[in-house]
Design a protein around this ligand. Structure first.
Ligand SMILES: CCCCC/C=C/C(=O)SCCNC(=O)CCNC(=O)[C@H](O)C(C)(C)COP(=O)(O)OP(=O)(O)OC[C@H]1O[C@@H](n2cnc3c(N)ncnc32)[C@H](O)[C@@H]1OP(=O)(O)O
Length: 359
């Protein structure tokens, strides 16, 4: 089977996750295959002999001759896949060695061009948010709030932005029983949402695919939301015996009006990206084929705007709401603490985990 554009884009993301530097030779090969796959045969003038780096790159690309774009794309995907598996097996052979370098298990966090990017990285679980991942997201946001970047971006690796709360979180019951679990979860959720409410810089969501549950509700706390036209927005709280969180009980009616918010938050209506944009939850929708390119070009331009001015403007825009949002968050968490103990919620969770239901 030929590698699709999605496979190619996933492979490009995978390269950033490699735990071990693959070495210059492999990096040149990756560069050449990438150029061939995206631009076709080498079309650049040959760099001078003393321009060592660009000449090495040119040589590698030129050596691919007239290799078809599709074959280059496939070879790129295959090469990344072989690198990913060998880097995984070598890290398994040296427990702890690579762990120190990788700060987060479920996120990839990078800082470049004035932008800190926090990428959910559990693609095989559709980026479902495990208990550990909630903690990591809070840590990453707190670090981003203090780093040199001007804006912070949250996105997902793979085909989903995030499928929301990992429903297996509720299977890890502490010695205090389910009541204790519900209490701990409510505390964690409150801290988690508070971190978004208090985030001091422009916070942008790059919604690369479907979003579910808490990954949708928290969008109301972002400053801009850019979505691929493949993204959908789904808050199936009633189906799960739950109630809204992420301050959506306040932000959604405010953003889209109470009637539209009811359809989403009570009846679980799933919105397309264009519908979510028409309702004001999404800032702008892009065709999936050009999504990453268009959004990152724009974000790079925004990131060059004066840092202090952007911070202060955000403060002015949000200040009036902060106290209200914290109160809403506290109330939602207290309601959910009881909901998690309800038969409706427990049955829905068990049905999903025993594979009897899906959204
Ligand atoms: C503690 C604080 C709580 C805060 C309150 C938050 C509330 C919410 O976020 S409510 C929303 C919760 N999310 C869901 O109910 C989504 C459940 N998932 C699904 O319905 C489906 O997985 C899907 C529609 C998201 C994707 O379907 P499909 O494309 O068919 O992919 P798979 O189901 O095969 O998914 C692959 C793999 O990942 C597992 N998985 C996906 N999402 C979750 C999840 N949210 N929780 C746990 N596991 C998830 C899925 O079970 C598959 O696993 P395997 O079968 O073992 O491969």
């Amino acid at each position: 089977m030929r590698a699709s554009q999605d496979d190619f884009e996933n492979a490009m993301n995978q390269v950033k996750l490699l735990k071990k530097d693959p070495g210059n030779e492999v990096k040149l090969k990756l560069y050449a295959l990438y150029k061939q796959a995206t631009e076709g045969p080498c079309n650049m003038p040959k760099p001078g002999v003393f321009d060592f780096i660009n000449k090495a790159k040119w040589d590698a690309w030129n050596a691919l001759g007239s290799l078809p774009k599709e074959t280059a794309r496939q070879n790129y995907v295959d090469l990344v896949s072989s690198l990913s598996s060998s880097s995984e097996s070598s890290s398994q052979g040296k427990p702890g060695a690579d762990r120190e370098q990788q700060e987060y298990e479920n996120l990839v966090v990078t800082s470049e061009d004035g932008i800190t990017k926090i990428m959910f990285n559990r693609p095989t679980r559709k980026n479902a948010i495990s208990t550990q991942m909630y903690q990591e997201i809070m840590l990453a946001l707190k670090a981003a709030s203090k780093d040199d970047s001007t804006i912070t971006v949250v996105t997902g690796n793979g085909d989903y932005y995030s499928s929301g709360n990992d429903l297996a979180n509720f299977t890890d019951i502490p010695p205090g029983g389910v009541e204790e679990k519900a209490k701990q979860s409510a505390i964690m959720l409150r801290d988690f949402v508070d971190t978004f409410i208090d985030f001091p810089k422009p916070l942008i969501a790059v919604v690369n695919g479907p979003a579910v549950g808490i990954s949708v509700t928290t969008l109301g706390l972002f400053d801009a939301v850019y979505a691929s036209d493949k993204a959908t927005f789904h808050t199936p709280f009633s189906h799960l015996g739950l109630s809204p969180e992420g301050c959506a009980s306040y932000t959604f009616p405010k953003i889209m009006g109470p009637a539209k918010a009811t359809e989403m938050l009570i009846f679980g209506k799933k919105l397309t990206a264009r519908e979510a944009c028409a309702q004001g939850l999404v800032t702008e929708v892009f065709p999936d084929s050009t999504f990453q390119k268009e959004v990152w070009t724009r974000l790079k331009a925004y990131s060059k705007l004066p840092q202090n001015s952007m911070r202060i403007s955000k403060q002015v825009i949000r200040k009036i709401e902060k106290e209200k949002l914290h109160a809403v968050n506290a109330e939602e968490c207290s309601v959910l603490q009881k909901r998690w103990l309800s038969d409706e919620c427990m049955n829905a969770t068990m049905n999903f985990l025993s594979k009897r239901s899906k959204l």
